[in-house]
Design a protein around this ligand. Structure first.
Ligand code: RIB
Length: 308
């Protein structure tokens, strides 16, 4: 367990998954059986990954989440507790499977992910209300899209009504996301694919990403950070666009790198609100994570990160 190093708290309202990670030489064709080099099971889910990264870096983190009542549920909660995350509001849903994510990692370290939401689909607006007193003690609320959209909208509305800062990672992206329901978020952090799906604009180059991000700013979102993978990140505000340069590493497995970025950003940002320090830490932490396989288990602890 990592001991929290400051009194600022992060509330992550989001998913847990069990990652079923297969390394592949290539994807099989329809009807083909193909041997793959290796397989591993790990703790994942975008919400839990982001909570894990922040907790490993020493932040005080609580989660609002749902697990299945199957073989995976208890282990998922135990893992969060081992990381020092407050699991008071993580509960099992009867007669429901845990979320699982078959992940395929190719020889370049690039990944393809399927998700089965399972219990994550049962995190409801009423669960946010039930966790309200704990969420009131948080300084930043972090959300993703592996839980039902009405729950995301309710959490944003609750957070804004209670003066809380909100970070929304629109992953996995869905064109069903209603921009008018998320207009109050303080930080919106898509990757290039997600930005493109949400705006229906290309976002492959830095210039394209800035244009697409500006479309979202016009919809009322406060600050946008586009994660650019090996190219770093792009901060877009009404006044300026700032490219945060990448940290060059040899990628072994990029799964969960976006989550490492967001957890590391949140952990640094809640300390004193220094946006640029938080983005610098996020880029470095995410880059380091891709040098190791897996999602949560590839995230460095505070001590490991400080040694880099
Ligand atoms: O962002 C990576 C995560 O996406 C994986 O851990 C998987 O569980 C899916 O949620």
């Amino acid at each position: 367990m990592t001991k929290a190093n400051n009194s600022k708290r992060i509330g992550v309202i989001g998913s847990n998954m069990v990652d079923l990670v297969t390394t592949i030489d290539r994807m099989p064709r329809t009807g083909e059986t193909l041997e793959a080099p290796s397989f591993a099971i790990g703790h994942g889910g975008k919400g839990a990954n982001q909570a894990a990264a922040a907790a490993k870096l020493g932040a005080a983190v609580m989660m609002v989440s749902r697990v299945g009542d199957d073989v995976f549920g208890a282990g998922t909660i135990a893992n969060l507790r081992d990381l020092g995350i407050d699991t008071t509001h993580v509960a099992a849903v009867p007669n429901t499977s845990s979320g699982v994510a078959p992940i395929f990692v190719d020889a370049n370290g690039d990944n393809s992910i399927l998700i089965v939401k399972g219990a994550n689909a049962h995190l409801l607006p009423a669960d946010i209300d039930a966790a309200a007193s704990a969420l009131l003690r948080c300084d930043l609320i972090v959300l993703q899209l592996e839980i039902p959209l009405p729950t995301v909208y309710h959490a944003i509305a609750w957070a804004k009504a209670n003066g809380k800062r909100v970070l929304l990672n629109p992953a996995p992206a869905t064109a069903a996301l209603a921009l008018d329901r998320i207009a109050g978020v303080d930080f919106f952090m898509p990757n290039q694919t997600e930005l493109s799906i949400l705006t229906d604009l290309p976002a492959e180059t830095v210039a394209q990403a800035e244009t697409a991000a500006r479309r979202l700013l016009a919809a009322g979102i406060g600050t946008i950070v586009v994660t650019l993978g090996a190219d770093g990140a792009l901060l877009v505000t009404r006044d300026a666009a700032t490219h945060i340069p990448p940290v060059k590493v040899r990628a072994r497995d990029t799964s969960g790198a976006g989550d490492a970025f967001i957890g590391a950003f949140a952990a640094r940002y809640v300390r004193d609100g220094d946006l640029h320090a938080a983005l610098t830490q996020a880029c470095r932490y995410a880059a380091d994570s891709v040098t190791r396989p897996g999602t949560q288990k590839s995230f460095a602890t505070r001590q490991e990160f400080d040694r880099l």
